[in-house]
Design a protein around this ligand. Structure first.
Ligand code: NI
Length: 179
């Protein structure tokens, strides 16, 4: 396994739509996913998309606690490194309700910054795992936010492009002033 170099905002790979994976069970995809998981953990991230490691394929990994989606929880409580890891290949998202929720987001490709992003609060997502089996889940709260953030990378979008109020693009160390 290897820790991969993470592309930073401005690198064209982050603005390029990802291609679908033809064979999710191939050894190349398996190795990519293992390296992505190692890279995500090393970088202390909640999720990582393949374009962030310079691979323009529709693959994301993330860690989000299920059943702990209460938006009233603090970020520290919601960010749980022991949460189950999920690998999603060729993911799709369906918005389940018009409810919108705001939250602070960070991104390993935009180091040191946080931005307030409003997103659909209730989604269903579907994709394929490394075993080729379909994964389908309904998600809310932090879980829904992480999945949408990672899938945006596959569209060539960073969270900054989802922001409607750029006065809420701030340094990580200053988030406390907004709480
Ligand atoms: Ni990101």
């Amino acid at each position: 396994m290897a820790i991969l170099k993470i592309a930073r905002m401005g690198h064209p790979v982050l603005a390029t739509p990802a291609e679908q994976v033809a064979d999710p069970k191939s050894p190349e995809i398996c190795r990519l996913v293992k390296d992505m998981v190692e890279t995500m953990i090393d970088a202390n991230g909640a999720g990582l998309a393949a374009p962030q490691v310079h691979v323009p394929l529709a693959v994301v990994v993330f860690q989000a606690p299920e059943g702990r989606a209460d938006p009233g929880l603090t970020e520290a409580e919601r960010f749980d490194h022991t949460a189950p890891q999920t690998v999603l290949i060729n993911p799709q998202i369906e918005v389940l309700s018009p409810e919108i929720e705001g939250g602070w987001e960070g991104c390993l490709s935009v180091p040191g910054l946080r931005g307030w992003v409003e997103r659909p609060a209730h989604i269903r997502y579907r994709g394929v795992g490394l075993d080729g089996e379909t994964i389908e889940r309904v998600a809310r709260g932090f879980h829904a936010r992480v999945v949408q953030h990672e899938c945006d990378h596959l569209l060539g979008r960073l969270y900054t492009s989802r922001m409607t109020d750029l006065s809420r693009l701030i340094f990580e160390s200053e988030v406390r002033h907004f709480q």
